[in-house]
Design a binder for this molecule. Structure first.
Ligand code: AMP
Ligand code: GLY
Length: 435
């Protein structure tokens, strides 16, 4: 019997918890997270409501529970060095140490790692800690640029010319806002194309790739509005996307493999966990948008809904360095995931309202909620996701749409995600970009 600790309490962690409980390995599941997610709580032996910023306290909980293996969901604890601290106590971890997690926590570090093997995958870019030279660089990029706060912002620190930034003055003002807060930022060339996520289980030397997924970062239908943590995702039964070729998928897979290898070479530490490549297919090939050091959210709900291999076998192989020996199978079905979020999200979300839903539904994944006396209350970030799975994406979308609509509360969601119309527009856009 092993004691497994899940760190985190969002929809991604619900997906992980469901997989852990499906395992044929005898185990007890525990969870530590800042809020109580009732869907995780019901799967655990005990649940500890605890801020994840206090690493020593989390390690203390793990030691008291005689945890054998910890699985870390969100990026915050990775950046804070939770894995380093747990490993010091002899606790195995699925999730990278702080130093290797920089592939996500520092955008500049990630770009430099990619430069080591294929600079062509990077945009033209420059790092800044003051406003010196900013104006000239924006002009150099023909006013087609992206300004990225260099640190963890939950996907919300990125502003794009023509969408969020409409003039050089507005851009300088955003840059000044970052500098005034003591931050640094990157200005990048703006890529034009279609985005996709490709995640790989990684034991430091071997990458086992997952199906490709397309996320929707903009808050509103038609891809407008501010960037969010991700409003929803879809994947196809063939594990590719209709605007990608076999070569594009292979280019993304190879990039993840090279990133893992370069991380090991550069830091001497192995990346053990889920390596998430965020890519864009452009007229000039596959480019890197960002790297994450964990499962994507919502992407985790898509791929884990398809996973047929025992998840604990995968976790054990990640920590043992034996992933290459394990055959990992995903069902050949399409998935559509839609997030319902509070009205006003992401800039001014309503909160503290009751969320009405059937927590026992297979496709439901509660996220930013808190259980108070049996009542589920929204805490302001993405509230819940609903996933449809079917060989036919049209049906998967219908299931997700119905599930999202049925969740009660002061919420909204993007009805367009996974629809035939939206996917048709993606294909048309890509065709136009490719010329
Ligand atoms: P990130 O947090 O780096 O993933 O950025 C959030 C979103 O901003 C991405 O999903 C893209 O939609 C967009 N984005 C980031 N970098 C670029 C880029 N160089 N060119 C075009 N879009 C970008
Ligand atoms: N879906 C994007 C992310 O998890 O960062």
């Amino acid at each position: 019997m092993r004691n497994v600790l899940l760190v985190g309490s969002g929809a991604r962690e619900v997906a992980i918890a469901k997989q852990i409980k499906k395992s044929s390995s005898p185990l007890s599941l525990f969870c530590v997270a800042p809020t109580t997610n009732p869907q995780i709580k019901i799967l655990t032996t005990s649940y500890f409501e605890q801020s994840l910023n206090e690493i020593e306290v989390v390690v203390g909980v793990a030691k008291k529970l005689s945890i054998d293996l910890a699985i870390i969901g969100p990026e915050g604890p990775l950046e804070a060095g939770l894995v380093d601290a747990l490993e010091k106590e002899g606790i195995l971890c699925v999730g990278p140490r702080k130093n290797v997690a920089r592939i996500e926590t520092s955008k500049a570090f990630a770009r430099n790692i990619i430069d080591l093997f294929d600079g062509e995958k990077n945009p033209e870019r420059m790092e800044f800690s003051s406003l010196d030279g900013v104006k000239d660089f924006l002009k150099n990029l023909n006013e087609q640029y992206v300004i990225k706060y260099d640190g963890l912002m939950g996907g919300k620190g990125v502003k794009i010319s023509g969408e969020h930034l409409h003039s050089i003055e507005e851009s300088l003002s955003y840059a000044k806002h970052i500098v005034d807060g003591g931050g640094t930022f990157l200005i990048e060339e703006k890529f034009i194309g279609e985005e996709f996520s490709l995640m790989s289980f990684c034991d430091g030397t071997y990458c086992a790739h997952m199906p490709a997924v397309q996320d929707h970062k903009r808050a509103f239908e038609g891809d407008v509005g501010p960037n969010t943590g991700g409003m929803g995702t879809y994947s196809f039964a063939d594990h590719s996307l209709p605007f990608l070729s076999k070569e594009d998928i292979m280019a993304a897979q190879k990039t993840n493999e090279r990133v893992a290898a370069e991380l090991y070479k550069k830091t001497g530490e192995k990346f053990r966990g889920v390596l998430y490549g965020g890519f864009m297919l452009t007229g000039d090939g596959v480019k890197v948008i960002e790297y994450n050091a964990r499962f994507g959210d919502p992407e985790a709900m898509n791929v884990l809904s398809l996973l047929e291999t025992d998840f604990m076998d995968i976790c054990n192989a990640i920590v043992a360095g034996s992933l290459a020996d394990l055959k990992i199978v995903f069902a050949n079905k399409a998935t559509v995931c839609k997030y319902v979020v509070p009205v006003g999200y992401p800039n001014n979300p309503s909160k503290d309202f009751e969320v009405v839903c059937n927590t026992k539904l297979d496709g439901l994944y509660l996220a930013a909620v808190q259980e108070k006396d049996g009542v589920i209350v929204a805490t302001g970030s993405r509230t819940a996701a609903f996933v449809g799975v079917d060989p036919n994406i049209v049906i998967a979308e219908r299931i997700a749409e119905k599930g999202a609509t049925d969740i009660g509360g002061n919420l909204f969601h993007r009805k367009d995600i996974g629809t035939k119309d939206l996917i048709g527009r993606r294909k048309k856009h890509m065709k136009k970009v490719l010329g």
